[in-house]
Design a protein around this ligand. Sequence first.
Ligand SMILES: C[S@@+](CC[C@H](N)C(=O)[O-])C[C@H]1O[C@@H](n2cnc3c(N)ncnc32)[C@H](O)[C@@H]1O
Length: 290
Amino acid sequence: MTARAGRHQPVMRHATVDALRPCLGGLIVDGTAGQGGHAQALLDAGAEQILAIDLDPDAVRWLSRRFQSDPRVQPLHASYSDLPQAIGADRAAGVLLDLGVSSKQLETAERGFSFRLEGPLDMRFDPTAGAPAVQLVNRLPEADLAALIREYGEERRSRAVARRIVASRPIETTTELARAVARAFPGRRRRHPATRTFQAIRIATNDELDVLRNGLAGARLALRAGGRLAVIAFHSLEDRIVKQAFRRWAQEGLGEVLTRRPIRPNRSETQHNPRARSARLRVFSVVGRS
Ligand SMILES: C[S@@+](CC[C@H](N)C(=O)[O-])C[C@H]1O[C@@H](n2cnc3c(N)ncnc32)[C@H](O)[C@@H]1O
């Protein structure tokens, strides 16, 4: 896909397609299809059948419109953690998980993902289910909030941040939260001080790390022998879970890790797409079954 304004640029498009090239003749599950950038790249490379899953109903509507005249793509509103229930075991030739938030979600103020845009503190990938971030931000005791921000945001000043948040309650919007967090960081910084806290609250709101653990296990079961699982992670917590799962499976004789080291985007990609900077792609090939 070309880099058009408002369109999500698929991260490491070529490396992702290369990783899944042996799977193009079978069913490929794009478990986080978003705006369909990777799905389109796979189609362009010759993919014959793609199940395009997303948890966000808006994304699924978008995917349905984008691929309405392409019978090779079937959009589905689901969580990738519901594989293999969605398709059955031993079915997929390839599974792709491109974790995190899409540009469209970040740029839509009402979704509440961005500390730069004024919006309600929602942050749910599926706004029709579960509790929005506003509940967690306003109800969690200070110590629990600090622990969450430290664990999921890897924020060293987590206690100061939690104290400022609690002192600023009630907090209703993204920018109110960003301002409260910024008070814990006197002075100027290169990154916005709310980056890590927003990441932490988003991860907690969507239970992202447990979903990833379950999703990896389900994806492996959904893959047929010889199938490949490609995962793009955007922060060290996710990447560690992927790395450890792949290593464990290899030790158990369930397949082979095809990426001894994660694949990183090249400089030209990170220059054009800053979102790609922290991306790491890991690939596993399934050979057997427990
Ligand atoms: C980084 S974007 C994917 C972009 C996509 N690869 C593209 O090229 O357009 C991540 C997507 O994953 C979706 N998502 C997050 N958690 C999910 C889950 N548990 N199951 C399915 N989709 C999920 C988000 O809604 C978002 O659309």
